[in-house]
Structure formats: structure tokens, C-alpha cells
Write a protein that binds this ligand. Structure first.
Ligand code: GLN
Length: 196
């Protein structure tokens, strides 16, 4: 595509500012999304980390849940941590509503109190060597469907996955200097846009 992609970052709550900064540094035009009416102008969306229950509460207003549901079923979306939870097919600990577009099951707050925040470096299939991952009260992906590609893991559990135009991480890639994960999302957005 000739213009830089217009990428929204859902800005109802949580870690949205740094995502927008990272994407802008990589050449995207970013918009902080606070109203459902903003979604129509976007090529793609990031749903950041935060608290998925609080996101759901905010989304109950003004038809936002339904507008976002339609968006995540049609366009490239990158969900990190709480965002990954919102995209999953099934959520446990406790069960809660989700868009169900990503063929994975997740367990919220899965690492227990002692390990609930951690910085780990692990192998990844992304070019460029091991990936540093910042986990904050992270979920665990407990099942992946056949169309899901696993790009990084933590103790054998997937932490970075791709399903076609959808990307999800159980960690916070915006909190490290490594831009490979955001770059991958931009590449996905460009691929999708150029195939339209
Ligand atoms: N524990 C949060 C939840 O269950 C996710 C944490 C995060 O996004 N860093 O929604």
C-alpha cells in the first residue's frame, strides 16, 4: 500500500500510549480509539494489556462491544495480554465473555502470585534471536487450534501466536526496546491491505 497504515490503539484503559509510540516509530499513523465510530477509518487495531474485565465494562456502552466484535472478525488485530484474552475462544479463571475469533483457550492470571510478573528471554521463530518478554499478571494459552502458528513460548506454553491476520501475545512487547513484534504486526497489516 502506498500510504502508511492507519492503526488504532484501543484507549479505554491500560497500556495504550506506548503501543502507539512504538507503531508511530515504525511508520504507522496511529489513532487512540475511545469511541466505536472511530473504527471505520482504521486498517487495523491493537487491543493493549490492562484488565480484561474492565475493558468489558467499558465496552458495554454505546454499542462498542458489537462494533469491535465486527472489527475483530474482519481486520488485522493485535491483542496483548488482556487484549489476547478478549480475542480468545474460551476464557477460564473465571470464565468471561470474549470475541472468540482466535482459536485458543486462555487461563487468566495463570502464573500465580509469586510469578505474576516476570521478564524472561526465550527462543522465538522470529528472525533475530531470542525474545525478551515482560509478563504482568499474564494469562496462559492452554489450547491452540490447528490454524494457529506458535511464534514464541514460555515453559512450553505459547506466548506469541498468529492466526492469519490476527496476532496475540500474553506478554507486553511495548515494554521492551525490541520492535520485532510490532514490526511483524505492521507486516501483517501491509500484507492484508495489499491483497484487498
Ligand atoms: N490479568 C489481566 C486480565 O486478566 C491481564 C493482565 C495484562 O493485560 N497485563 O485481564
Amino acid at each position: 500500500m502506498s500510504h502508511s497504515p492507519a492503526i488504532g490503539v484501543l484507549a479505554l484503559q491500560g497500556a495504550f500510549e506506548i503501543h502507539a509510540k512504538r507503531l508511530a516509530e515504525l511508520g504507522a499513523t496511529t489513532t487512540l480509539v475511545r469511541k466505536p465510530g472511530q473504527l471505520g477509518a482504521l486498517d487495523a487495531l491493537v487491543i493493549p494489556g490492562g484488565e480484561s474485565t474492565t475493558f468489558l465494562k467499558h465496552l458495554e456502552h454505546a454499542g462498542f462491544y458489537d462494533a469491535l466484535d465486527a472489527f475483530v472478525h474482519a481486520k488485522p488485530v493485535f491483542g496483548t495480554c488482556a487484549g489476547c484474552i478478549l480475542l480468545a475462544k474460551e476464557v477460564t479463571n473465571p470464565p468471561q465473555r470474549s470475541f472468540g475469533v482466535l482459536d485458543i483457550d486462555v487461563e487468566r492470571n495463570a502464573y500465580g502470585r509469586q510469578n505474576d510478573s516476570a521478564i524472561l528471554t526465550s527462543e522465538t521463530s522470529l528472525p533475530g534471536g531470542p525474545l525478551e518478554m515482560v509478563f504482568i499478571r499474564a494469562p496462559r494459552i492452554t489450547r491452540v487450534g490447528p490454524s494457529v502458528e506458535i511464534l514464541a513460548t514460555r515453559d512450553g506454553n505459547p506466548t506469541l501466536i498468529r492466526q492469519g491476520r490476527l496476532l496475540a501475545a500474553t506478554f507486553h512487547p511495548e515494554l521492551t526496546e525490541d520492535t520485532r513484534v510490532h514490526q511483524l504486526f505492521l507486516n501483517i497489516v501491509r500484507e492484508v491491505s495489499s491483497s484487498l
